[in-house]
Structures are given as C-alpha cells and as structure tokens.
Design a protein around this ligand. Structure first.
Ligand code: TYD
Length: 408
C-alpha cells in the first residue's frame, strides 16, 4: 500500500478520522447530474513532524474552483462588515508603505474585502481562479487575475507591479494542496518589510467544539499556529502576531513576516503554549476527536429519527458546504430533512451534494416554517437568531450540533 505523506514535511501521515465517501462540499446539483456525481474517500491525517492536520486525498482543484463555483462571499451582512474591518485593520496596521502601498489578496472571491481598498484608491490585485466570482469583483472596481497562485505567478506579478506590502487571504490558504509552493511565492512577492495576514477556520476550535463539518473537500488543511509556524518557518518566515476571529465558528488570523523583520508579539508565544496544552502537537488528541465525532453523529441521527417518528416537520437552515460532511457522514437525506432553505440564488432549486435534499429559497421557510430547523449555518447563529425572532416566537425550534447536539 502506498504510504500517506505529509504535504509539508514529507514525513508519514497517520490516518486519524475516516469520513467515508464524500461528494464536493459545494457540489449542489440537479437530478439529471446524479448519475455522474463525483465522490472521493475523505480521510484526514496528522503528522507530528509538521503538526499539520490534512486531508489524505483531495479532488483536483479544477473540480472545485471553476467558472460555476457556487460560493459567493457576499451572502452575509456580518461577513461584509468583518471584511471591511479586516481591510481597515490592514490599512491602520502600520505595516503598509506610506507611499503607494500595494496589497495582494489571494482568493478575493466577489471582492468582499478588496473593494474596501479599491474605494480608498489603494493599489491592489485580487487573484481568483473562479472566473464567475472574479467578474463579480470587477463590478466593484476590484482588479483581478483569474489564475492559481504559484511561485511563477509571483515572479510575473513582481516584474509587472513590483513587490507587495501585504499579502492577504481569508478562507483560502487552507484550500491549497501545494501550500508550500504558495509560501515560496509569497516569500518572493513580499517586500523585505511586507507582511502576510491570512485567516482560516482554526483547528483549536474544531477540536474543542467537535465541529467536524469544517472538514470537507476544499479544506485540505485545518491550521494551528504550530503548523503555520512550521510551514512558514521552512521558508525563512515567522509568525509575528495571531488574532482569534469569531468567523466560521472560530478562525485564527495569522500575521507573518520575513524572519527578523519585526518583533514577535507575545500573543504568538501564548497561543503556541496553549496549543501544546490542548494537544494540537500530538496524535493522541485526534483519537479523542474521532470518538467525539462518532458520538456527535449518533446523537444527531437519533434526534432526527425521534422527531420524524413524532411527525415533526424538520428543515435545514443554510445549505453550507460544511453541511455536506454532516449529511453524508451521518447518512441524513430527504427522509429526515424535508428541505434546506438558503438565500443564495445559485443553490436554490438544486439538491445537496450526495444526499440530494432539495435546496429552496428562504421564502419557502419564511412562508411555511417547519417545527424544527437544523442550523447548518451555525457560524452565522448571531445574525440568524436576530433575524428569526418570528420563527422562534411561533414555537419553531433550532437544532444545533456544535459544540454538542441539542435543541435550543
Ligand atoms: P457559509 O457560512 O459560507 O458556510 P460554508 O463555508 O460552510 O459554505 O455559508 C452560509 C450559507 O448559509 C450560505 O449559503 C448562505 C446561507 N445563509 C442563509 O441562507 N441565510 C442566512 O441568514 C445566512 C446568514 C446565511
């Protein structure tokens, strides 16, 4: 049997959780496409050398990020505000050159963050391989290149635009299997005083909350400060700051620079120590995680079966990529959940990947609310709870599975 190898260190990977056959997290489809639906074996592995939690196999990037990619960042007002704040923090960070700073964002999607730079006439570039969302960014005055970021693209950008002051990414770095190539590109692209600021769902939260739905085809990695320090350390860079974020149910923003360029903030030392205490450097932690994932599955399925037996109408709220892992891993289909409501037009009228639950417009939920709604978009709980007071006042109940399965 072929050995599983860590993408960062080349050391052997140990398989820690097997989620079985999974479709693409964002692969919403029509019934006519069921016969050709793509599945892959979703298993996660861990290497104590790099401390990187990663998928063993991942579909080719072209299968996931293409000209009909169903994910648009600007679907949530909270996220729009979050990225405006992120942009403001970059501008005010003191890391940008005073004269003509240049900011590059990897995976700028529909321009939700870069439009804030465009509005301030700050020189910028968004690198976005999915052409449909890149075109949306252009409408907001955002300059884009629709390509995958590599070391050679970094060289091209430097020769055309010069080096960058800041390299930004949000919910993108964890998608890239050749992350080592990307970090090599970043090193070339950044000025000696340049900084990298990126954020992704945080492994520490996933382990603490058993939020295993963060694991799906696109998330080839779930990062910790320990694994990021290892990855960038190999290329002569280092963490200088870390900033926990509420987004995606718990994210971490990492700030990195060329080694020695800036003092390392105490936040970094503190988080590295906290992660060691949590066991994010050890295989044994993931045995416990696996047991927690199995327990979560048993409880969710038992609850949905019980409600169905009682004649309750159960729907889903938010056709997230994350929910694809839950539905397929737990074997939850239209027999247990009638439909999932979602505000994204491109998902509506389609079926969920693998389990084929109908995705309906939000108006369907609003017009005829179910007895129970599974909060698949739990990462937006605050925004949704504020919006759905009527549903709750009329006796509607929420089912959440994070940090444990329960009815709210
Ligand atoms: P997202 O949080 O991006 O999760 P993922 O990365 O797992 O796909 O997706 C949220 C989804 O929920 C998106 O399809 C829009 C939908 N949604 C609603 O339908 N109503 C809402 O009020 C909110 C906030 C989101």
């Amino acid at each position: 049997m072929k050995k599983d190898i860590c993408r960062i260190s080349g050391a052997p990977l140990t398989r820690v959780v097997d989620f079985g056959k999974q479709p693409l997290g964002n692969g919403f489809l029509q019934p006519a496409q069921f016969a050709d639906e793509y599945f892959f074996p979703m298993v996660v592995g861990f290497s104590e050398e790099s401390m990187m939690f990663q998928l063993i196999e991942q579909p080719a990037p072209e299968k996931m990020f293409h000209d009909h990619y169903a994910f648009y960042s600007s679907t949530s007002s909270f996220m729009a505000r979050h990225f405006k704040d992120f942009a403001d923090q970059v501008v005010q960070s003191g890391y940008l050159a005073k004269q003509d700073p240049y900011v590059v964002e990897l995976g700028c999607n529909d321009g939700i963050m870069l439009k804030n730079f465009a509005e301030q006439k700050i020189r910028h570039l968004g690198i976005e391989p999915s052409l449909n969302v890149a075109k949306e960014a252009n409408k907001h005055g955002v300059r884009t290149r629709s390509e995958f970021f590599t070391e050679s693209l970094a060289e091209t950008i430097v020769s055309e635009d010069g080096q960058a002051d800041a390299f930004l990414a949000a919910n993108v770095m964890c998608h890239i299997p050749d992350i080592v190539g990307v970090v090599k590109g970043i090193r070339k692209l950044l000025k000696p005083t340049g900084v990298v600021m990126f954020e992704d769902p945080y492994l520490g939260d996933v382990v603490a909350k058993t939020s295993y739905d963060q694991i799906y085809d696109e998330h080839v990695f779930l990062f910790s400060a320990l694994s990021i320090q290892y990855l960038f350390g190999q290329q002569g860079m280092e963490l200088i700051d870390v900033l926990p974020q509420k987004t995606h149910g718990g994210s971490m923003r990492y700030v990195l620079a060329h080694r020695g360029a800036y003092p390392v903030k105490e936040s970094v030392t503190r988080l590295l120590a906290k992660e060691r205490a949590q066991g994010l450097d050890r295989l044994a932690t993931f045995d416990t995680f696996r047991a927690n994932v199995e327990d979560s599955r048993e409880k969710l399925v038992a609850l949905l079966k019980k409600l169905k037996a009682e004649g309750m109408r159960v729907a889903g709220y938010g056709a997230t990529s994350k929910s694809t892992t839950i539905l397929n891993y737990c074997g939850i289909g239209p027999d247990l959940i009638d439909y999932i409501s979602d505000t994204t037009p491109i998902k509506q009228g389609k079926r969920t990947p693998g389990m084929h639950i109908p995705v309906v417009p939000y108006e369907t939920f609003k017009g005829n609310p179910p007895d129970y709604a599974v909060l698949f978009a739990w990462n937006h709980a605050e925004e949704i709870m504020a919006k759905e007071k009527e549903f709750m006042a009329a006796g509607g109940k929420w089912i959440v599975h994070v940090p444990e399965v329960k009815v709210l």
